[in-house]
Ligand binder design. Structure first.
Ligand SMILES: Nc1ncnc2c1ncn2[C@@H]1O[C@H](COP(=O)(O)OP(=O)(O)O)[C@@H](O)[C@H]1O
Ligand SMILES: [Mg+2]
Length: 361
């Protein structure tokens, strides 16, 4: 079976690494000449709106899936004419736009930070009067790794904020004084069967994920599953979806969803019976889902800008290196390490051992 993937970054690469042993092959559509998934499949180098190449992809593969959500709606609609596409066009339409996404949470009774649609500076002024400061202004589409957002703390920060983000549609959110950030990675099959991985505790710096630690038992697991289940059913979702939450006052507030495999689920490659990548492929191809149970105590550390010396990383016991084969670039995710340990104490020690190797660039 041949799978078409829109996007050829590290998520596509790890999908191929998981699917190849199941007898799958891959074609990636990505305009970047150095798309790092290209090492593991065919690379159709074309823009996401290039209908000739989208048609070529559709003709070559059995189904199409995505490794990033910022795909134009027309691309999804075009592909859907010729080949099955999972998750569906509606899931992508909602997940790529923060206004649609947060409005859906509200409709489904899932708590979120206060939010307002901002289409002009006048809208922003009105939203700040209502929501108050501090607040976060975010572009509705195309933001990632903290890009396309600005924290507004003082009235002066508000004055040019809309123009500073490019005068594009935005949302304003109340600033959440969270006690922690967690994410739930879920997988839903074509027949609606749904499985959840354990909640993961995430630490971000400058908007970029640094560390994810899978929990053994989390008191908010059932609540998170309830919220995520509502979204999956509403969208009749097929595949892996990640849901980021803020932990506040012993409860959860929804931050965002990603309609794809997610950085906070990378630990599952070694830390779970069946990884998020394999489970996504199982779901979209109609195969039985795999177990989401944790194997040992597990954490993931991102390498941003550069991967430390390979020999040093793999010299840390219980450590598994994933090098994405990407060129050095400041602020770019170029690899990660997973730790899988027998107990929590050992896990903390090994996290510190890997952290000591990381040099921020
Ligand atoms: N409303 C908010 N209040 C406080 N912190 C926030 C808020 N929104 C985002 N952040 C911080 O910025 C990070 C990135 O924001 P997020 O909306 O998840 O965008 P991205 O698509 O870049 O991941 C979050 O993980 C969190 O640490
Ligand atoms: Mg996020």
């Amino acid at each position: 079976m041949k799978i078409g993937v829109i996007g050829g970054g590290q998520l596509g690469r790890m999908l191929a690494l998981a699917g190849t042993p199941l007898g799958m092959s891959f074609a990636f559509l990505d305009p970047a000449p150095d798309a790092c998934a290209a090492a593991l499949g065919e690379h159709i180098r074309a823009d996401y709106g290039d209908q000739d190449h989208l048609r070529q992809l559709a003709d070559e593969v059995d189904l199409v899936t995505f490794e990033f959500e910022s795909v134009p709606a027309e691309t999804v609609a075009f592909l859907s004419q010729f080949v099955p596409v999972y998750p569906c066009a509606e899931s992508l339409r909602i997940a790529r736009d923060r206004w649609f996404e947060k409005s859906m949470f509200k409709d489904l009774g899932i708590p979120t930070p206060d939010f307002a649609n901002v289409l002009s500076q006048a809208d922003l002024d009105a939203a700040v009067a209502c929501i108050g400061l501090p607040a976060v202004l975010k572009t509705r589409t195309l933001g990632y790794d903290g890009k396309g957002q600005k924290v507004l703390r003082k009235p002066e920060d508000v004055i040019d904020a809309f123009a500073e983000l490019g005068s594009v549609p935005c949302i304003l959110e109340g600033f959440v004084l969270f006690t922690g950030e967690v994410s739930l990675v879920a997988v839903r099959a074509r027949d609606g069967e749904t499985r959840f991985y354990p909640l993961v505790h995430n630490t971000h710096e400058s908007g970029i994920l640094r560390l994810s630690v899978a929990s053994s038992y989390h008191p908010l697991q059932a609540l998170a599953e309830d919220y995520v289940g509502r979204v999956l059913s509403k969208l009749d979702y097929v595949g892996v979806l990640a849901f980021e939450f803020f932990e506040v006052d012993g409860g959860l507030k929804a931050n965002e969803i990603a309609p794809r495999v997610h950085n906070s689920g990378h630990w599952t490659i070694e830390g779970a019976e069946c990884s998020q990548f394999e489970n996504h492929l199982r779901a979209v191809t109609g195969l039985p889902l795999g177990s989401t149970a944790k194997v040992g105590e597990s954490a993931m550390l991102n390498f941003i800008g550069e991967v430390p010396a390979v020999a040093q990383v793999i010299a840390v016991e219980d450590c598994h290196l994933h090098h994405y084969g990407k060129a050095f670039k400041s602020g770019r995710k170029v690899g990660h390490a997973t730790l899988r340990c027998a107990d929590r104490e050992r896990l903390q020690q090994q996290i510190a051992a890997v952290e000591a190797l990381i040099r921020d660039v």
